[in-house]
Design a protein around this ligand. Structure first.
Ligand code: SF4
Ligand code: SF4
Length: 162
């Protein structure tokens, strides 16, 4: 999941990391995860970029890979579309968990001013995409009378500008 790294080095795990995330607002549901991988399967970003895997990020938190995760750019890849949160059988709110990681990364000095600037631009683009996804979602709902099931495909369509 983390770029240019094939396996995790567990010798320097931070055993408190998981508790820090769970105690932060938004991280409370983390420990319900049983590792099924559905969140990764329904994530539009994972579909386009295999470096981003919500289930692997959760495993890294549980394994105490704090520094590796907070300095990794992948925590900024999420679009906050909530597809993972809707589909998780355990009610894990991964979109909120990733926000906890972002706040921690900023608070603890893992993010440079340059990256913060880029993150702001990305957030603005994401906001536009989210608006397009919602428009498309309600347009389809009005046409068919039923809730569109494939949120990931809607997100992908909007991201690709279709
Ligand atoms: S879908 Fe939920 S339970 Fe399954 S891996 Fe993702 S967060 Fe964990
Ligand atoms: S909120 Fe959307 S983009 Fe972010 S991890 Fe969940 S499914 Fe992927």
């Amino acid at each position: 999941m983390v770029e240019e790294q094939e396996c995790l080095d567990l010798r320097h795990s931070n055993v408190h990391f998981k508790d820090e995330v769970v105690q932060a607002a938004g991280g409370e549901t983390l420990t319900r995860c049983f590792g099924c991988g559905i969140c990764t399967g329904c994530c539009p970003v994972s579909e386009m970029d295999s470096r981003f895997r919500p289930s692997s990020i959760i495993q890294m938190i549980l394994l105490g890979q704090k520094d590796e995760l907070l300095k990794s750019p992948v925590i900024w890849y999420c679009w906050q579309c909530y597809s993972c949160s809707f589909h998780c059988p355990q009610g894990v709110k991964f979109a909120s968990v990733i926000r906890v990681l972002r706040y921690m990364a900023v608070d603890e000095g893992f993010v440079s001013a340059e990256l913060m600037e880029k993150a702001r631009d990305i957030e603005e683009e994401i906001r536009k995409i989210r608006t397009r996804v919602l428009d498309l979602f309600f347009e389809r709902y009005k046409k068919s009378g039923s809730v569109p099931g494939d949120v990931a495909q809607l997100c992908k369509k909007c991201f690709e500008g279709e």
